[in-house]
Design a protein around this ligand. Structure first.
Ligand code: G3P
Length: 220
């Protein structure tokens, strides 16, 4: 399973990248807006930090506008993956330009039928949102399982990028479902490290080791 960071914050990206386990980045207009820089400037900086696919989302909603912005974003850096919403114009943009070599992440996917459209349009990634379905009382993870099963049936190349993951349990369940990628807010990635038995075990190991060597004065 690949781990992407779902943030446009450069400090978070630097910290995550330093751990050596971050494979890419996803952004959306809300995350870019939080950082206060224009999208092209911010994603260029992100590409300097993380060596992997970096999703940058169009803000146009019509086909012509999306095509123009897709070309502009694609020109920023070879690692850019253009993110389009799962609308008629978004799918048309993806179907038209994926043939030219521009990679697409089709986002705001909330059903298996929508995910079929993204695969048929040649998307590199489809982003089903788990947490936002949970928020409505639906089981978001059931969607990940369903899409992974359908894509497997037909050998679709589109990778399932589980998004809107809010907890370590979401990450593990997405992995069990077979999601190719999980995109995680920094806080969730950081929380994957935590286990009280790891802390307690390490403390005891060091205590035992230091006690003997302190008592005997033997070299460590
Ligand atoms: O980037 C899209 C997605 O991951 C958003 O997550 O928590 O705002 O639903 P959330």
């Amino acid at each position: 399973m690949k781990f992407f960071l779902d943030t446009a914050n450069l400090d978070e990206l630097k910290k995550g990248a330093a751990w050596g386990i971050v494979d890419g980045v996803t952004t959306n207009p809300s995350l870019i807006a939080k950082e206060g820089n224009p999208i092209e400037e911010q994603v260029r900086k992100i590409c300097d930090i993380v060596d992997g696919p970096v999703s940058a989302e169009v803000v146009a909603t019509d086909f012509e506008g999306m095509v123009k912005q897709a070309h502009e974003l694609h020109a920023v850096h070879p690692n850019i993956v253009v993110k389009v919403p799962l609308t008629r114009d978004g799918i048309k943009t993806c179907a038209t330009l994926s043939k030219t070599g521009i990679r697409f992440n089709v986002t705001l996917c909330f059903s298996a039928s929508q995910a079929l459209l993204a695969a048929k349009a040649g998307a590199t990634f489809v982003s089903p949102f788990v947490g936002r379905l949970d928020d409505l009382g639906e089981e978001g993870m059931a969607l990940i399982r369903s899409i992974c099963g359908i894509y497997k049936n037909y050998g679709f190349k589109t990778e399932v990028l589980a998004a809107s993951l809010r907890s370590p349990l979401h990450v593990v369940q997405a992995a069990q479902a077979g999601a190719h990628i999980g995109t995680l807010p920094f806080k969730v990635l950081d929380s994957l490290f935590n286990h009280p038995l790891t802390d307690r075990g390490l403390e005891q190991f060091l205590k035992d080791y230091n006690k003997v060597f302190q008592e005997t004065g033997a070299p460590r």
